[in-house]
Design a protein around this ligand. Structure first.
Ligand code: 1CP
Length: 353
């Protein structure tokens, strides 16, 4: 039992029965919505938007006014932690994130402080509280953070990357330096997510966007290992309610069995695996979240509906499915198509007994 009016998401993440499949979408607030672009223009830039709790709340609520979504996700970014560690984050229009002071040596790593969520990251925790008030317990709020490995890719590369050559050189030449960085990040992320939970987040998600670029051995040692440390340190019960953990490693389908045994409640899966196979491989160990290719939102409403039907059928009549995309909505998606998707999930999952 939760105090939420609609608790389908929490129930599905804990593999309990639901009246229909819950749905939310990664990047449900974002540039594809004209109202988001207007609020961002009002803020001036993306980080000011993140750092102003009232505006972060406004954009979190925008997709909920349009669509019958079963969850809200905190509007923020995974790079708030490296920003709070003093790396000098800035976003350039159309070019993504960049750091003024990337991490390249053991000395750089030793200098890093672990941010206190209630001071340096207070704007995020305050956004969680503001959003919780606005939601009035109608639907759950998902808090989130980046995985240590994924955060480290941005901190070491100095921004987005395609080859990950600088961080991979560090991984193979100075593994101890990278381990020290990852262990500091694991401590920071644990405190950050616990503060989000204390402020009212009903579930949390770890975004391991770049875990999939690693070898199996490196994934376990440099990514999963630190996510496991975080999960072991999270507050799991608040007022008798379980706080479920979703772990999303993009491109991580080859490691489903080991991630299912890592201590998470649910695994986010991208579209490169058939959901029926993913379900077969994890059995009843964890719930699954996913996994429509976000590019299908470019297709016709009829095509989108068929695809929703097929993913729901692929998962089957079992508890433990949260419908989502396999990655975030891109800025070029027509907002009307998102409505088609959300409504189709509820319609088709209710019809099937
Ligand atoms: O207005 C803009 O131009 C900014 C675009 C934008 C948005 C809308 C960025 C910059 N971040 C966000 C919000 C965001 N980021 C959310 C909000 C909640 C929601 O889903 O609605 C979340 C959960 C994130 C998480 C995030 N940021 C991830 C992990 C998830 C993923 O997409 O894989 C990553 C990798 C980032 C880094 C980042 N921040 C922004 C961009 C464009 C990027 C990606 C850069 C890259 O491709 O390397």
């Amino acid at each position: 039992m939760t105090n939420l009016i609609n608790d389908r998401l929490i129930r599905a993440l804990l593999r309990q029965p639901v009246d229909c499949t819950p749905v939310w979408l990664m990047r449900q607030a974002g540039r594809y919505l004209p109202e988001y672009r207007a609020t961002r223009a009002k803020a001036g830039d993306f980080m000011t938007l993140c750092k102003t709790p009232e505006l972060a709340c406004e954009v979190t609520m925008q997709p909920l006014a349009r669509y019958d979504l079963d969850a809200a996700i905190l509007f923020s970014d995974i790079l708030t932690i490296p920003d709070a560690m003093g790396l000098g984050l800035h976003f350039t229009q159309g070019e993504g994130p960049a750091f003024q002071r990337p991490i390249r040596s053991a000395a750089d790593v030793r200098q890093l402080n672990i941010p206190d969520p209630e001071s340096e990251l207070n704007y995020v925790i305050s956004a969680v509280r503001t959003i919780k008030q606005a939601l009035q317990n109608k639907i759950p709020l998902i808090g989130f953070a980046g995985s240590p490995w994924t955060l480290a890719t941005y901190m070491v590369e100095g921004g987005s990357s395609k080859q990950f050559s600088i961080i991979k050189a560090m991984l193979y030449n100075q593994p101890q330096t990278l381990h020290l960085l990852l262990s500091k990040l694991a401590t920071a992320v644990t405190a950050y997510l616990n503060a989000q939970i204390a402020a009212g987040a009903n579930a949390v998600m770890l975004f391991d966007t770049w875990g999939g670029v690693l070898t199996t051995e490196a994934y376990q040692a440099f990514s999963l290992n630190y996510m496991q440390q975080i999960m072991a340190g999270l507050t799991r019960q608040v007022n008798g309610q379980t706080i479920p953990i979703i772990l999303f490693t993009k491109g991580g389908q080859q490691w489903l069995e080991i991630t299912a045994a890592s201590g998470c409640d649910a695994i986010g899966v991208d579209w490169t695996i058939d959901i029926s196979q993913a379900k077969q491989r994890v059995g009843n160990k964890v719930a699954l979240q996913g996994n429509m290719d976000p590019a299908i939102l470019h297709a016709s409403p009829e095509y989108i509906r068929q695809e929703v039907k097929s993913i729901l059928a692929g998962y089957g009549h079992n508890p433990g499915h949260v419908f989502n995309l396999g990655h975030g909505i891109t800025p070029d998606i027509p907002p009307e198509h998102v409505k088609v998707l959300v409504d189709a999930v509820h319609e088709f999952s209710q019809l099937t007994p």
